[in-house]
Structures are given as C-alpha cells and as structure tokens.
Design a protein around this ligand. Structure first.
Ligand code: ADP
Length: 394
C-alpha cells in the first residue's frame, strides 16, 4: 500500500489527487464542485478525463461521487492501494506545528479553529468527517498551511496590541501557504545542490492568493500573511496590507463588518484597482496602455519589493530569491519588475533565462549573479502526500 489520496476541500468543493507516495507521481485527480447546489459536478482525470453533472447535497455525497467515478474508470478504490488520506487544512492555530493524525479530538479542534478561518475550516471539517466515515480503515492526516510558520519568533508573529485582548481573541500572526513555502524552499535547495540548512531564501508565492516568506535554513522566520490570509501582498481580489485606520473610517461611515469583509476579500487587490483579478488580463491591459492596469501592477510590484527588502534584512542577506505559483511561475515581466535595479545587492537576472518557458525548477539569474534567482513550481499536493506518508509510514 503506497498511495496517498490528498484531499483539499472547501465548503462547496472537494479537490482530490491520488499520489504515489514513493515518487510523488500523480495517478489521478478530480474536482467535485457546487456541493449543496441543486446540480453539482464532478470532473475526474484518470487515464481518461470525464465530466458529469449530478446532485451532490453534502460532502458525504461528494466522496461517494468520487468513489463511483474511480469505479467507472475501471479503477475501483479498493484496487488503488490507498495507504492514507492527507487533508489540507488552512488554519491549525498555535497548537498544530506538524502534520497530525486525525482522531476525534483533532477533528473537533479543526472545527473549533473555524473562528480563525471561517471561510476554510468549516469545509475541511465537513470533508474530514465524511472521509473518515467512508475510508474508515486507513489513517487520515491533517497537513496544516500554518504549521511551517510556527517557527516564526514572537517578534514576527505578535501584533503590538494589548496583550490581554490579543490572548482573549487569539489574535496573532499565523501565516499561510506554508505547505507551498516548505516544498518550494526544499526543492530550491535540491536544485542548487546545496544543503537547505545553509540557505537564506525569500520565497515569493504569487498566485491568486500571494505571500512572501523568509526561510532561514529551511525554517520560516517571517511571512507576509497574518491572522488571516488577508495581510501582506496585493492579491487577485484581496487588498493585502492596509492601515487599520481605514477600516475604522469605513466602519464609522456606516460599513458593516460583512461589507468590509466583502470589500477587502473579494473586491480589492488587482480586481479593485484594475477591474479584473486574472493577472494575464491585467498584464494584457497594462501592455495595451490601460493606466488602471498599469497602476495595479505597480502597486503589486512595490509591495513585493517592500517585503523582499525587509526579508533580506531579516535574513542578514540572501542566497536565493524563489518565484512560485501561477503568476510567479509564468509571468516573466513581473519577475523582471521585481528584480529591477537590485544589481547593487548582487541580483542580476538573465533576460533570456527569465523568458524561457515554465516547466521544472530553473535558474533565471545570470551566472555572475551573487544571489540565485529561481523559478520553482509549487506542488502542494505532492508535499501533502509526502508529509502524510512520512507520518503513517513511521
Ligand atoms: P491560486 O492561488 O488560486 O492557487 P494560482 O497559483 O493558480 O492561484 O495562480 C493564478 C494566477 O496565475 C492568475 O492570476 C493567473 O492569471 C495567473 N497565471 C496563470 N498562468 C499565467 C501565465 N501564463 N501568465 C501570467 N499569469 C498567469
């Protein structure tokens, strides 16, 4: 038994991947979506791809649809050597610092942590309950997006507010995208053929969600997301950093908490400034001369450089700057904008390498660059499978 079924579930969707634990190879994948709507949908990719509409009233029905789809493809789940399920969990609070075997207690704690991640943990909880009942004979492991950042020092994770209020409400910085920052920083070290322990890296995870992480010898020492995935960089629809005074101003002007939530999480970022959240569209509009799109990119780049500079100081220098996720892996122009004018710090891009098509991990800095600049594709599912396997095989 050597495969891990990786589950990444939200309140209305279940993404899954079957991964060979030994090699990290993806054997099958799929997505159940519109759970709870009158008509849901499952897309499954085995050797062939299929797509089907059906009613998926809840997560239990979602996993049943997945099981049926494996069967239809001639690969029934009991033939798949599933050794464990690995569940991605966004918020693990201050207590989960490593992948954790799911029992009733841990499952309930994940539900209680919904307070800190109302958009994510409730969906994880529903999925974990359903999956543990359906796959009752194999271990289930929770892999937390916050765990990697539990190594941050108090100076990085503490907000300077009344400590009693902070303690009462669990207000501190947790950081997210931990699975991605962890796998990308390790693969960067592998690519460079240097010990992870010896490297000071700034990892820039730039997707629809975006965060920067200062990785010192393989440990996160600072990251740009905080209590929630709203702090830090400019994202597709999220504002990133903003003066909390602006929130007070809007509250006093009559905004409700729900309206503020919607403004900051869904109507800000690239979308708020450029009117679209897809970076390809923003880039195309900027290239065509649209000043709003140009401004959106300039703000995003300004903020990335702000964190890059801060983390190079935090790390006492830098051995590698690593780009990953949808925008980081694919948009050469953004990488060039982020690295522009940093020759004084020993950062020198090679324009041809930077423009080369995406694929595996690669170097985009010149041979003469003192700081390595890399593009390393993220693979959160393979990392969840690896961590799950490490725990259950031990
Ligand atoms: P998520 O945070 O949803 O996982 P991804 O890492 O998939 O996001 O990144 C999505 C973003 O990546 C989108 O803004 C998309 O426009 C951008 N992106 C994907 N492919 C390209 C590309 N070839 N060029 C530029 N941007 C791209």
């Amino acid at each position: 038994m050597s495969n891990v079924l990786v589950v990444n579930a939200g309140s209305s969707s279940i993404k899954y991947q079957l991964i060979a634990a030994g090699t990290g190879a993806r054997l099958a994948s799929g997505l159940v979506e519109r759970i709870g709507d009158p008509v849901g949908r499952i897309v499954h990719q085995g050797i062939e791809r299929s797509e089907r509409e059906l009613a998926v009233p809840d997560h239990t029905a979602g996993f049943a649809a997945m099981v049926a789809e494996f069967e239809r493809h001639g690969t029934p789940v009991d033939s798949l050597d599933i050794a464990a399920l690995g569940h991605r969990v966004v918020q693990g609070g201050g207590e989960f610092i490593a992948p954790t075997l799911l029992d009733d207690y841990v499952t309930e704690r994940i539900n209680q942590l919904s307070e800190l991640a109302p958009l994510h943990n409730p969906g994880h909880y529903q999925a974990i309950i359903a999956a543990r009942a359906l796959f009752a004979t194999v271990p289930h492991v929770a892999v937390f997006d916050t765990a990697f950042h539990q190594s941050m020092p108090p100076s990085a994770y503490t907000y300077a507010i009344d400590t009693e209020v902070a303690a009462e409400y669990g207000i501190r910085r947790y950081g997210f995208h931990g699975v991605s920052h962890q796998v990308v920083s390790r693969r960067a070290a592998e690519f460079l053929g240097r010990p992870l322990e010896s490297l000071r890296q700034v990892v820039l995870h730039l997707g629809n969600g975006a965060s920067a992480c200062a990785v010192d010898g393989g440990r996160s020492v600072d990251t740009s997301m905080g209590l929630t995935p709203l702090e830090g960089l400019v994202m597709g629809t999220r504002s990133g950093d903003i003066d909390p005074g602006a929130m007070l101003h809007l509250l006093r002007a009559g905004y409700s908490p729900e309206q503020l939530d919607e403004l900051l999480n869904q109507r800000s970022g690239l979308l708020g400034v450029a009117r679209t959240n897809d970076f390809r569209d923003v880039r195309a509009a900027a290239d065509a001369g649209d000043p709003a799109a140009r401004l959106a990119i300039d703000i995003a780049v300004h903020r990335i450089r702000h964190y890059l500079g801060a983390y190079l100081v935090t790390l006492g220098g830098g051995d590698a700057i690593v780009f990953t996720a949808g925008v980081g892996e694919n948009n050469a122009a953004l990488r060039a904008e982020v690295c522009a004018g940093l020759e004084w710090f020993g950062v020198q891009l090679d324009p041809e390498r930077n423009e080369a098509p995406a694929g595996a991990a690669r170097r985009i800095s010149a041979d003469s660059s003192r700081v390595e600049v890399l593009v390393v594709p993220t693979d959160e599912e393979a990392e969840i499978a690896r961590q799950t396997w490490e725990l259950v095989a031990a």
